[in-house]
Design a binder for this molecule. Structure first.
Ligand SMILES: Nc1ncnc2c1ncn2[C@@H]1O[C@H](COP(=O)(O)OP(=O)(O)OP(=O)(O)O)[C@@H](O)[C@H]1O
Length: 236
């Protein structure tokens, strides 16, 4: 069953067309990857899915309703998410918990219990990401939108974050994951939409696109077999 339906989505900022005729569905329990270079329209698309932006054209439904009507069912971690440097992990968790009648505590499952007294500014990149996932999940959402969660992390922290994402999915949460990394899309397995110039250039499971894992970011990867890195794609 589709939990997210996006039909013919269009969004422009003045003369700039950010998203153009984008359509896809996400099944309940799926990890749906959105991959593409800078400026491809990934964030704008997921902001429309989260109900944080209103599209100019097309429709978005989550659980069969407009995103703005089901805000509490959608947990969002945006690329730009930041907390005050001096805010402690425990303070952030209790602040966000206060927004919900029955907050969910993911701190133990996400390995945060020994860091509750630490200030946000002292956390490693991986711990900041774990905290941002915990905050996105605090309202027990059915859908979690995670935007470039692992950009800037070292390989080990990135792998740890992938395990966390799989754990979140195992708990029944549908995940929309924006990423620059083909390896990340491959590892997490379900379907990936490849964005380019505001459109979906390809939509499939990641496995058929590559002969071998591509660990480089999207910028050196090209769809339709025009790889410059040995990461081959196929057109659809
Ligand atoms: N608030 C805005 N005002 C004007 N232009 C914007 C705005 N937000 C995004 N854009 C432009 O729209 C296009 C799509 O941006 P978007 O952030 O959706 O892409 P993206 O694929 O998420 O890129 P990145 O990977 O760099 O985050 C880009 O050209 C961007 O410069």
């Amino acid at each position: 069953m589709a939990i997210i339906e996006v039909r013919d989505l269009g969004k422009r900022y003045g003369p700039k067309i950010a998203v153009d005729s984008v359509s896809f569905e996400v099944a309940e329990g799926e990890i749906f990857g959105i991959l593409g270079p800078n400026g491809a329209g990934k964030t704008t698309t997921v902001e429309c899915v989260a109900g944080l932006r209103v599209q100019d054209r097309g429709s978005v439904s989550v659980l069969g309703r407009a995103p703005a009507d089901v805000r509490s069912a959608i947990g969002v971690q945006l690329q730009s998410s930041e907390l005050p440097e001096r805010m402690r992990v425990s303070e952030a968790l209790s602040l966000f918990s206060s927004f919900y009648p029955s907050p969910a505590d993911w701190s133990a499952r996400l390995g945060l219990t020994s860091h509750l007294k630490a200030e946000f500014g002292q956390l490693s990149g991986g711990l900041k990401q774990r905290l941002s996932i915990a905050l996105a999940l605090i309202g027990s959402p059915r859908v979690a939108i995670l935007d470039e969660l692992t950009t800037g992390l070292d390989p080990q922290a990135r792998r740890d974050t992938w395990s966390v994402i799989e754990e979140v999915r195992a708990a029944g949460v549908t995940i929309v994951l924006v990423t620059h990394f083909m390896e990340e899309a491959e590892r997490l397995r379900d379907r990936v939409a490849v964005f380019r110039d505001g459109r979906i250039a390809a939509l499939d499971t990641p496995r058929p696109w590559t002969r071998r894992p591509c660990t480089r970011p999207w910028t050196t990867w090209r769809p339709a077999g025009r790889s410059t890195t040995g990461c081959r794609s196929r057109s659809r």
